[in-house]
Ligand binder design. Sequence first.
Ligand SMILES: Nc1ccn([C@@H]2O[C@H](COP(=O)(O)OP(=O)(O)OP(=O)(O)O)[C@@H](O)[C@H]2O)c(=O)n1
Ligand SMILES: C[C@](O)(CO)[C@H](O)COP(=O)(O)O
Length: 242
Amino acid sequence: MTNSADTRSRSRFFALIPCAGQGSRAGVVAGQAKQYQKIAGQAMVLHTLAAFLAVGRLARTLVVVAPGDGFFDSITEKQFDVAACGGASRATSVRRGLDALLQSGAQAGDWVLVHDAARCLVTPGQIKQLIDACRHDEVGGLLAHQLPDTLKQAASGRVSGTLDRSDKWLAQTPQMFRIGLLTQALDAAESAGRAVTDESSAIEALGLAPRLVPGSAQNFKVTYPDDFALAEAILLSRVRPD
Ligand SMILES: Nc1ccn([C@@H]2O[C@H](COP(=O)(O)OP(=O)(O)OP(=O)(O)O)[C@@H](O)[C@H]2O)c(=O)n1
Ligand SMILES: C[C@](O)(CO)[C@H](O)COP(=O)(O)O
């Protein structure tokens, strides 16, 4: 007979990569979405996937793309799965991806590491650090980065205050939670009509406190036009990812 501690200690780790956005802030107009733009010789998302595929502890990696997206069709012998179930928001893409994982054998007690396709500078070492820091945690957690600059509050384009930044962190990904808990949290946010921009905020709304695991300034999300050149320079400068 197994008890819940036994079951939890056998939990597996899955990766879920939301990849169904457009990249409007990056200035991407018609045509290829941001995550498919070439950086350092290959599509951004392929750099992201390379980091995850180098982490042996992951049972499986699932990429969630928009319905009708054929980007991965030509890649044969993929070491990852693709589900064309992306939605209108990142949260919907993630939520549908969780269903796809559960339908293909993942269990509610397994861990999922959710990571933006557009955060293509993450390293296998950072992914392993998150797993090691959170695998025995009751809640789970996320990579995050402490603010390196003075933090200003603004009103009408002028400074209205300088904020204490000692307790402020920039949320990054991956964000790692039990699949069942994250499903419950995203469903609760949706029922309450509360838009969530990351997994942690859905978990926080349940009254839980995710663990902050120091990431790196280099693990930024390619969001604005200037970010492409910076991401390319960093990728080209890396002899080995970590
Ligand atoms: N409906 C959506 C929106 C976003 N994403 C994914 O979530 C990650 C983070 O999204 P972000 O890059 O911030 O958003 P985009 O929607 O791609 O960009 P923008 O808001 O500038 O249009 C990206 O890998 C993106 O592909 C998604 O899967 N489904
Ligand atoms: C999930 C995220 O990457 C954490 O920083 C981020 O919130 C997603 O991007 P958005 O700009 O908030 O949509």
